[in-house]
Design a protein around this ligand. Structure first.
Ligand SMILES: Nc1ncnc2c1ncn2[C@@H]1O[C@H](COP(=O)(O)OP(=O)(O)O)[C@@H](O)[C@H]1O
Ligand SMILES: [Mg+2]
Length: 253
């Protein structure tokens, strides 16, 4: 049984169909990717999974149980965590404080006796931010603030982690470290769905890649299968700005 199963999901904005029968499966063991041109419906898919956007059809199963009727906070408690495409951190709090807030909220949900301070310290180390742990987030470069958001999600000890373009603003070394972290987490059993425009990162860390275009899943496969799929390259060409599309299609070639 898949950890997370999205099946036949439909979303409409007025008369516009944003998602049309979307199927996605996420398992532990390896990172799953979700790629597609701008406007394809990736963020909308995350919003449907987390409950921020109502679906007009389809089902969402977590470990085999339907969760599509639950409000966002209930889904979070069941183990779904996410980061946002537009960065969401508390700027006036330090790196460690941002992560500590999440660890404290989790302890209140679970009453599992975990020590939030210890969890926060572990997570700060895990995301590689020990040197800046006491810096305010609004003083950090965007890339590091993104890692804080990843850390805050991890501090809730999720079983499913949804990442919406986490590498924007990261330099090459930070991107490599993020890739290694995701691979490690998935290896430990976490279900990870990665939305990312850095195709090289997606190709290097994902075990399975879903390609979304105009609200429909166009292809699912291994990185090698997706790279050699001509319909995937065609989906990118002609939908983004010429130079972006060429860069992406080049990376796929
Ligand atoms: N709240 C909304 N109201 C109306 N249209 C929306 C809304 N959110 C997204 N859309 C539209 O749905 C489509 C998918 O958007 P989105 O999920 O943000 O794509 P992606 O994340 O793949 O770039 C786009 O055409 C976008 O304009
Ligand atoms: Mg998006």
């Amino acid at each position: 049984m898949a950890r997370l199963e999205v099946s036949g999901v439909e979303v409409r904005f007025g008369g516009v169909a944003a998602l049309r029968g979307v199927d996605i499966t996420v398992d532990g063991g390896g990172v799953s990717g979700l790629i597609g041109p701008a406007g394809a419906g990736k963020t909308t898919t995350f919003n449907v999974i987390t409950g921020l956007q109502k679906a007009h059809g389809g089902r969402i199963l977590l470990d085999g149980n339907a969760i599509g009727h639950l409000p966002p906070h209930r889904r979070a408690r069941l183990g779904i965590a996410r980061t946002f495409q537009r960065l969401e951190v508390f700027g006036s709090l330090t790196v460690r404080e941002n992560i500590l807030v999440a660890a404290e909220i989790r302890r209140r949900w679970t009453r599992d006796g975990s020590n939030p301070r210890r969890v926060a310290d572990d997570v700060v180390r895990q995301v590689g931010l020990r040197d800046v742990a006491r810096e305010r987030c609004d003083a950090l470069p965007t890339g590091m603030a993104r890692l804080v958001e990843v850390g805050r999600a991890l501090a809730t000890r999720p079983s499913i982690l949804l990442l919406d373009e986490p590498s924007s603003g990261l330099d090459e070394a930070e991107t490599d470290a993020l890739g290694a972290l995701l691979t490690r987490l998935a290896g430990d059993g976490m279900g990870i769905l990665l939305v990312e425009h850095d195709i090289e990162l997606v190709m290097s860390v994902c075990r399975t890649i879903h390609v979304l275009a105009l609200g429909q899943i166009l292809a699912v496969g291994t990185p090698a299968q997706i790279r050699s799929d001509p319909t995937v390259r065609a989906a990118y060409l002609g939908t983004e700005s010429e130079s972006d599309a060429r860069a992406t299609a080049g990376a796929l070639a």
